[in-house]
Design a protein around this ligand. Structure first.
Ligand code: ADP
Ligand code: 5GP
Length: 184
Protein backbone atom coordinates (compact mmCIF):
# COMPACT_ATOMS: atom_id res chain seq x y z
CA UNK A 1 0.00 0.00 0.00
CA UNK A 2 1.41 3.37 -1.07
CA UNK A 3 -0.41 6.46 0.18
CA UNK A 4 0.11 9.84 -1.50
CA UNK A 5 -1.29 12.81 0.41
CA UNK A 6 -0.93 16.60 0.25
CA UNK A 7 -3.10 19.64 0.75
CA UNK A 8 -5.49 20.35 -2.11
CA UNK A 9 -3.43 21.75 -5.01
CA UNK A 10 -0.27 20.04 -3.73
CA UNK A 11 0.06 18.01 -6.94
CA UNK A 12 -1.26 14.54 -6.01
CA UNK A 13 -3.28 14.05 -9.19
CA UNK A 14 -0.49 15.28 -11.46
CA UNK A 15 2.23 13.27 -9.72
CA UNK A 16 0.15 10.09 -9.47
CA UNK A 17 -0.49 10.04 -13.24
CA UNK A 18 3.26 10.23 -13.88
CA UNK A 19 3.98 7.49 -11.33
CA UNK A 20 1.48 5.14 -12.99
CA UNK A 21 3.00 5.83 -16.40
CA UNK A 22 6.54 5.18 -15.14
CA UNK A 23 5.97 2.01 -13.05
CA UNK A 24 3.70 -0.73 -14.36
CA UNK A 25 3.44 -2.56 -11.04
CA UNK A 26 1.59 0.38 -9.49
CA UNK A 27 -2.21 0.58 -9.81
CA UNK A 28 -4.35 3.39 -8.42
CA UNK A 29 -7.31 2.86 -6.16
CA UNK A 30 -10.37 4.79 -7.41
CA UNK A 31 -12.30 6.32 -4.50
CA UNK A 32 -15.99 7.02 -4.03
CA UNK A 33 -17.01 10.61 -3.37
CA UNK A 34 -20.20 12.57 -2.70
CA UNK A 35 -18.82 15.70 -4.40
CA UNK A 36 -19.86 16.78 -7.89
CA UNK A 37 -17.58 15.85 -10.83
CA UNK A 38 -15.32 18.63 -12.14
CA UNK A 39 -15.16 19.43 -15.84
CA UNK A 40 -13.29 16.59 -17.55
CA UNK A 41 -13.63 14.11 -14.67
CA UNK A 42 -15.05 10.70 -15.57
CA UNK A 43 -17.09 8.42 -13.35
CA UNK A 44 -15.13 5.23 -12.65
CA UNK A 45 -11.82 6.71 -13.80
CA UNK A 46 -11.26 9.72 -11.49
CA UNK A 47 -13.81 8.78 -8.84
CA UNK A 48 -17.02 6.86 -8.43
CA UNK A 49 -19.46 9.75 -7.95
CA UNK A 50 -22.19 8.56 -5.58
CA UNK A 51 -25.11 10.09 -3.70
CA UNK A 52 -24.86 10.66 0.06
CA UNK A 53 -27.44 7.85 0.53
CA UNK A 54 -25.38 5.38 -1.49
CA UNK A 55 -22.22 6.41 0.41
CA UNK A 56 -24.02 5.84 3.71
CA UNK A 57 -25.20 2.38 2.67
CA UNK A 58 -21.65 1.46 1.62
CA UNK A 59 -20.42 2.49 5.09
CA UNK A 60 -23.09 0.27 6.68
CA UNK A 61 -22.04 -2.69 4.50
CA UNK A 62 -18.38 -2.29 5.49
CA UNK A 63 -17.50 -1.65 1.84
CA UNK A 64 -14.76 0.91 2.64
CA UNK A 65 -11.19 0.24 3.77
CA UNK A 66 -11.31 3.78 5.15
CA UNK A 67 -13.44 6.85 4.61
CA UNK A 68 -13.36 10.47 5.78
CA UNK A 69 -15.07 13.82 5.50
CA UNK A 70 -12.71 16.11 3.60
CA UNK A 71 -13.46 19.76 2.70
CA UNK A 72 -17.20 19.29 3.37
CA UNK A 73 -17.70 16.11 1.30
CA UNK A 74 -17.22 12.42 1.98
CA UNK A 75 -14.59 10.25 0.30
CA UNK A 76 -13.89 6.55 0.74
CA UNK A 77 -11.70 3.72 -0.55
CA UNK A 78 -13.66 0.70 -1.80
CA UNK A 79 -12.23 -2.40 -0.15
CA UNK A 80 -12.80 -5.28 -2.59
CA UNK A 81 -10.84 -4.08 -5.61
CA UNK A 82 -7.85 -3.11 -3.46
CA UNK A 83 -7.70 -6.49 -1.74
CA UNK A 84 -7.80 -8.30 -5.11
CA UNK A 85 -4.92 -6.17 -6.47
CA UNK A 86 -2.78 -6.76 -3.38
CA UNK A 87 -3.36 -10.52 -3.73
CA UNK A 88 -2.07 -10.26 -7.32
CA UNK A 89 1.13 -8.68 -6.01
CA UNK A 90 0.39 -5.16 -7.25
CA UNK A 91 1.43 -2.04 -5.36
CA UNK A 92 -1.77 -0.06 -4.79
CA UNK A 93 -1.51 3.74 -4.79
CA UNK A 94 -4.03 5.61 -2.63
CA UNK A 95 -4.44 9.29 -3.46
CA UNK A 96 -6.22 10.21 -0.25
CA UNK A 97 -6.15 12.75 2.54
CA UNK A 98 -4.11 12.64 5.76
CA UNK A 99 -7.00 11.22 7.81
CA UNK A 100 -7.34 8.32 5.36
CA UNK A 101 -3.58 7.75 5.21
CA UNK A 102 -3.33 7.68 8.99
CA UNK A 103 -6.27 5.24 9.24
CA UNK A 104 -4.76 2.89 6.64
CA UNK A 105 -1.41 2.92 8.44
CA UNK A 106 -3.06 2.12 11.76
CA UNK A 107 -4.65 -1.01 10.27
CA UNK A 108 -1.71 -1.84 7.96
CA UNK A 109 1.59 -0.76 9.53
CA UNK A 110 3.48 -1.83 6.39
CA UNK A 111 1.71 0.89 4.34
CA UNK A 112 4.13 3.49 2.93
CA UNK A 113 2.99 7.05 3.65
CA UNK A 114 4.28 9.73 1.25
CA UNK A 115 3.46 13.41 1.72
CA UNK A 116 3.83 15.88 -1.14
CA UNK A 117 4.97 19.16 0.29
CA UNK A 118 4.38 22.40 -1.65
CA UNK A 119 7.52 24.61 -1.85
CA UNK A 120 5.64 27.29 0.14
CA UNK A 121 2.12 28.28 1.14
CA UNK A 122 2.17 31.03 -1.51
CA UNK A 123 3.01 28.55 -4.29
CA UNK A 124 0.25 26.22 -3.06
CA UNK A 125 -2.27 29.08 -3.29
CA UNK A 126 -1.05 30.01 -6.79
CA UNK A 127 -1.39 26.42 -8.03
CA UNK A 128 -4.85 26.02 -6.55
CA UNK A 129 -5.98 29.32 -8.09
CA UNK A 130 -4.27 28.44 -11.38
CA UNK A 131 -6.11 25.11 -11.60
CA UNK A 132 -9.42 27.04 -11.86
CA UNK A 133 -11.60 24.16 -10.71
CA UNK A 134 -12.85 25.43 -7.36
CA UNK A 135 -15.21 28.27 -6.44
CA UNK A 136 -13.66 30.99 -4.28
CA UNK A 137 -15.64 29.76 -1.25
CA UNK A 138 -14.40 26.21 -1.79
CA UNK A 139 -10.85 27.49 -2.29
CA UNK A 140 -10.98 29.27 1.10
CA UNK A 141 -12.01 26.02 2.81
CA UNK A 142 -9.22 24.10 1.05
CA UNK A 143 -6.54 26.67 1.96
CA UNK A 144 -7.72 26.81 5.56
CA UNK A 145 -7.61 22.99 5.76
CA UNK A 146 -4.11 23.05 4.21
CA UNK A 147 -2.65 24.49 7.43
CA UNK A 148 -3.41 21.45 9.57
CA UNK A 149 -2.82 19.03 6.68
CA UNK A 150 0.74 20.38 6.43
CA UNK A 151 1.17 19.77 10.16
CA UNK A 152 -0.22 16.22 9.91
CA UNK A 153 2.12 15.52 7.00
CA UNK A 154 5.07 15.70 9.38
CA UNK A 155 4.00 12.31 10.71
CA UNK A 156 4.25 10.62 7.30
CA UNK A 157 7.12 8.22 6.50
CA UNK A 158 8.54 10.53 3.81
CA UNK A 159 7.96 14.12 2.70
CA UNK A 160 8.83 15.05 -0.88
CA UNK A 161 8.88 18.68 -1.99
CA UNK A 162 6.90 19.20 -5.20
CA UNK A 163 8.91 22.07 -6.62
CA UNK A 164 10.03 20.75 -10.01
CA UNK A 165 7.56 18.09 -11.06
CA UNK A 166 10.07 15.75 -12.72
CA UNK A 167 12.31 15.80 -9.66
CA UNK A 168 9.40 15.07 -7.30
CA UNK A 169 8.30 12.11 -9.42
CA UNK A 170 11.78 10.62 -9.59
CA UNK A 171 12.31 11.16 -5.84
CA UNK A 172 9.10 9.22 -5.14
CA UNK A 173 10.06 6.41 -7.52
CA UNK A 174 13.42 6.10 -5.75
CA UNK A 175 11.69 5.83 -2.38
CA UNK A 176 9.26 3.18 -3.66
CA UNK A 177 12.07 1.12 -5.18
CA UNK A 178 14.16 1.37 -2.03
CA UNK A 179 11.21 0.24 0.10
CA UNK A 180 10.55 -2.70 -2.25
CA UNK A 181 14.15 -3.83 -1.78
CA UNK A 182 13.95 -3.43 2.00
CA UNK A 183 10.74 -5.47 2.16
CA UNK A 184 12.01 -8.19 -0.19
P1 ADP B 1 -4.05 17.89 -6.10
O1 ADP B 1 -4.48 16.67 -6.88
O2 ADP B 1 -3.10 17.58 -4.99
O3 ADP B 1 -5.20 18.73 -5.62
P2 ADP B 1 -3.12 18.83 -8.72
O4 ADP B 1 -2.34 17.66 -9.22
O5 ADP B 1 -4.49 19.06 -9.29
O6 ADP B 1 -3.20 18.81 -7.11
O7 ADP B 1 -2.19 20.11 -8.92
C1 ADP B 1 -2.69 21.44 -8.68
C2 ADP B 1 -2.23 22.36 -9.81
O8 ADP B 1 -0.82 22.55 -9.70
C3 ADP B 1 -2.50 21.81 -11.20
O9 ADP B 1 -2.91 22.88 -12.04
C4 ADP B 1 -1.15 21.23 -11.62
O10 ADP B 1 -0.99 21.28 -13.03
C5 ADP B 1 -0.17 22.17 -10.91
N1 ADP B 1 1.11 21.52 -10.52
C6 ADP B 1 1.27 20.34 -9.88
N2 ADP B 1 2.57 20.09 -9.65
C7 ADP B 1 3.26 21.14 -10.15
C8 ADP B 1 4.67 21.49 -10.22
N3 ADP B 1 5.62 20.70 -9.72
N4 ADP B 1 4.99 22.66 -10.80
C9 ADP B 1 4.04 23.48 -11.29
N5 ADP B 1 2.70 23.22 -11.27
C10 ADP B 1 2.32 22.07 -10.70
P1 5GP C 1 -10.64 16.46 -4.49
O1 5GP C 1 -12.04 16.91 -4.18
O2 5GP C 1 -9.71 17.64 -4.68
O3 5GP C 1 -10.57 15.45 -5.59
O4 5GP C 1 -10.10 15.69 -3.20
C1 5GP C 1 -10.17 16.29 -1.94
C2 5GP C 1 -9.36 15.49 -0.94
O5 5GP C 1 -9.97 14.23 -0.68
C3 5GP C 1 -7.94 15.18 -1.39
O6 5GP C 1 -7.07 15.38 -0.27
C4 5GP C 1 -8.02 13.73 -1.75
O7 5GP C 1 -6.79 13.09 -1.67
C5 5GP C 1 -8.98 13.23 -0.70
N1 5GP C 1 -9.53 11.91 -1.03
C6 5GP C 1 -9.86 11.40 -2.24
N2 5GP C 1 -10.30 10.15 -2.14
C7 5GP C 1 -10.23 9.81 -0.83
C8 5GP C 1 -10.54 8.62 -0.09
O8 5GP C 1 -10.96 7.59 -0.61
N3 5GP C 1 -10.35 8.68 1.25
C9 5GP C 1 -9.88 9.79 1.89
N4 5GP C 1 -9.71 9.72 3.20
N5 5GP C 1 -9.58 10.92 1.23
C10 5GP C 1 -9.76 10.94 -0.12
Amino acid sequence: MIVLSSPSGGGKTTVSKKLLARDRNIVRSVSCTTREPRAGEKNGRDYFFVTPAKFQSMISQGAFLEWAKVHQHRYGTPRRWVEAQLRKGKDVLFVIDVQGGTALKRKNPEALLLFLQPPSFGVLRQRLVGRQTNSSADMKVRLADARWELREGRRYDYRVVNDRLGQAVSDILKIIRKERLLRG
